[in-house]
Design a binder for this molecule. Structure first.
Ligand code: GRF
Length: 176
């Protein structure tokens, strides 16, 4: 069975969806760069190893990434899943895990790379929105897409309603 690590920074609702799903791999560890991330509680409740690696404690991105890389090697990880992990990864780290690392992004890539996607969709007046699971490459939110979830934007939608509707889709498509 392949060994999976999930990298998180926050609430971890996608981590929860992965824990609750019948995955063909095993989540053996969760790494957070934030010590107070609720995702860590979710992992502990599921009996999954956790590691807190605080980026602030390292002089630069490369040093931080090197510690994460070593933790992934120690756990003998085959697949890295980014689930609300809010750090840009160094080129060296991305290279090391290329083809073995995926992310979920709250937009229909290649549209709306980066932050504040729901707000930007509303400002543009788009009819369609959603989320994308993609391989992680050196360029931000630009790797090959694996799957997408699509929804129709309603006239009544605001940032909060779109965010929660996209989250429902994320929890469906990420385990797939
Ligand atoms: C999700 O919207 C995901 O698309 C983005 O970060 C958010 C994480 O939410 N990359 P959660 O921590 O999984 O609840």
């Amino acid at each position: 069975m392949i060994k999976i690590a999930v990298l998180v920074s926050g609430n971890g609702s996608n981590l929860q969806a992965l824990i609750d799903a019948n995955l063909s791999g095993q989540i053996v560890g969760v790494i957070s760069n934030k010590p107070n991330a609720f995702a860590l509680e979710r992992a502990k409740n599921a009996g999954i190893n956790t590691a807190v690696i605080e980026h602030k404690q390292y002089p630069n991105r490369e040093a931080f990434d090197a510690v994460m890389h070593q933790q992934l090697l120690d756990w003998k990880i085959d697949l890295v899943i980014l689930a609300g992990f809010m750090r840009i990864l160094s080129a060296k780290f991305v290279q090391a895990w290329q083809g073995k690392m995926v992310n979920i992004h709250p937009s229909l890539l290649p549209y709306y790379k980066g932050m504040h996607t729901h707000e930007r969709v509303l400002n543009t007046g788009d009819v369609w929105h959603g989320c994308t699971v993609h391989y992680v490459t050196a360029e931000l939110d630009a790797g090959q897409a694996l799957t997408q979830g699509v929804l129709k934007v309603n006239l009544q939608d605001d940032v909060d309603s779109l965010a929660s509707r996209v989250h429902v889709l994320e929890h469906l498509i990420y385990p797939q």
